[in-house]
Design a protein around this ligand. Structure first.
Ligand code: BGC
Length: 480
């Protein structure tokens, strides 16, 4: 038993004898415990956002370091993190299923600290490259273990909001990185820009020590008493029903081959295609490149950076709106309305560039408004809903691995779009590129309308039963 678990078992029940029994937690105490666990874990999301966002500003100063960086070297600093993230997401799924969610997050926090310090202190370009890959490993791991862990801790009625705290943390991390870049620009201190991430990484390490292991994972390991103790402070009622449900689901024989089994395949497709659509509709071309694009289109550096910060604020603001709505209106209405809004935003941005690749007066406002509508729409729909869905739609026994597959697809698509975007703009112009994203958003919208199920307020086990082999149903459950 780990140190964290010992300290947890003492505080879990509030029963001096530590025995299992009926739930003793009241509604407020449940909220407090669940929100605390989700908030600590969401530090992983903050690091994800910060570490992916920080490089855009840091590059401005980095390119004069180490004897001067070529464009290719700059691209490597940016995009090798994404390759690291693919590997991290791949490894984390297996590790999280084998040793548990909590130790996996602990290891992730250690990797963050090591990578961030290495980046901040790197004596050479190649050390920096290694550091970015190491940080990527942690980002990839965090991007799947955080929603996985929170999804299993949260009571169904709060799950949408809590898992989406992760997306809020990602957007908060991106915004924080923009502000840090902006604040440190005068001193050109790129080392500090990278290094400040050590604070949330250390907080994640310490914070997760105070949290319990996922009850669902514990049940799967046959550690039912521990699971009950954890659940008793995270649920107001229905512990027996939940334990029984998780046990029943876990008892089904599912091997690794079942990841591709007929009954699981629809869910696997939904996750992987949502992952790919989340990226090929262009979000990170805006998140990583908006200032360069706007500056290249004739806006001043100051105006471009300001537009970027406003975009970051809209991203956070609309994510908060999504969190308030997800468990009320459901996932589908937000996903569909948000994706439709992305189409509108991209068409507007493309139209602004209709007269050429330079923006003047009114067209600059149209382009910025288009980008803000696009980001806001992503933030209310596809941004949070993708990460939430992949924490909800997979059978418990393969959940870790299946989330990994979807997460790897997400990082892989992110990598492809990120490394090709600047070339694409050169080849088919900004207008053509934004129209292309409008088209991919339309395709995404049609797919989501046809295939993505509603998962609001249904237990993970119910969703699993809908998608699982027992029903013999090969399609995703009917859209509700
Ligand atoms: C995406 C990231 C993106 C971020 C923007 C996340 O949901 O996975 O790739 O940078 O949203 O807010």
């Amino acid at each position: 038993m780990s140190v964290g678990e010992q300290s947890n078992s003492a505080s879990v029940l509030g029963r001096p004898d530590g025995s299992a029994g009926p739930p003793v937690a009241g509604r407020r105490s449940v909220r407090r415990h669940v929100i605390a666990a989700a908030a600590v874990t969401a530090l992983g999301g903050l690091l994800f956002g910060y570490d992916t966002g920080v490089v855009s500003g840091a590059l401005l100063f980095l390119k004069n370091e180490f004897g001067g960086l070529s464009s290719l070297q700059q691209e490597l600093v940016t995009s090798l993190l994404l390759i690291g993230a693919m590997i991290g997401a791949f490894g984390a799924g297996r590790v999280a299923d084998r040793i548990g969610r909590r130790p996996t997050i602990l290891i992730t926090a250690v990797i963050f600290v090591v990578g961030v310090l290495l980046a901040a202190l790197s004596p050479s370009f190649w050390t920096l490259i290694v550091a970015r890959v190491v940080i990527g490993l942690a980002v990839g791991s965090a991007s799947m273990t955080v929603p996985l862990y929170i999804g299993e801790l949260a009571p169904p009625r709060m799950r949408g909001a809590l898992v989406s705290l992760n997306q809020l943390a990602i957007t908060g991390g991106i915004l924080a990185s923009y502000l840090v870049d902006y604040g440190l620009a005068a001193s050109a201190n790129w080392r500090l820009m990278f290094g400040l991430a050590v604070i949330p990484a250390a907080l994640l390490f310490v914070g997760i020590l105070t949290q319990a292991e996922s009850p669902h994972w514990l049940i799967r390991q046959g550690r039912e008493d521990e699971a009950r103790r954890v659940l008793s402070r995270l649920r107001e009622s229905d512990i027996d029903a939940e334990v029984a449900e998780v046990k029943e689901v876990a008892a089904r024989r599912v091997s690794r081959r079942d990841l591709l089994a007929r009954g699981v395949r629809p869910a696997l497709w939904v996750g992987v295609l949502m992952a790919i659509f989340q990226q090929i509709t262009g979000i990170n071309t805006v998140i990583y490149y908006a200032p360069s694009l706007l500056a290249g289109a004739g806006l001043g550096n100051g105006a471009s950076l300001l537009a970027n910060v406003v975009n970051g604020v809209v991203n956070v603001g609309m994510t908060i709106v999504a969190i308030r709505l997800l468990d009320r209106t459901g996932r589908r209405p937000l996903l569909l309305a948000g994706t439709a809004g992305m189409v509108v935003g991209m068409v507007m941005t493309a139209l602004a560039f209709f007269g050429g690749s330079q923006l003047h007066g009114a067209t600059a406002y149209v382009a910025i408004a288009g980008l803000l509508i696009y980001t806001g729409s992503f933030a209310i729909g596809l941004g949070p809903v993708f990460w939430l869905m992949i924490a909800e739609i997979y059978p418990l026994r393969i959940r870790g691995q299946a989330m990994s597959v979807a997460t790897i697809a997400n990082w892989g698509a992110n990598f492809v779009v990120t490394v090709s975007f600047l070339t694409m703009v050169d080849t088919i112009t900004p207008k053509g590129s934004f129209f292309l994203f409008a088209v991919t958003s339309v395709v995404a919208l049609v797919y989501f309308a046809k295939r993505v199920p509603e998962t609001k307020q249904r237990s993970l086990q119910e969703i699993e039963r809908d998608l699982g082999p027992a029903t013999g149903d090969q399609r995703a459950p009917a859209a509700r």
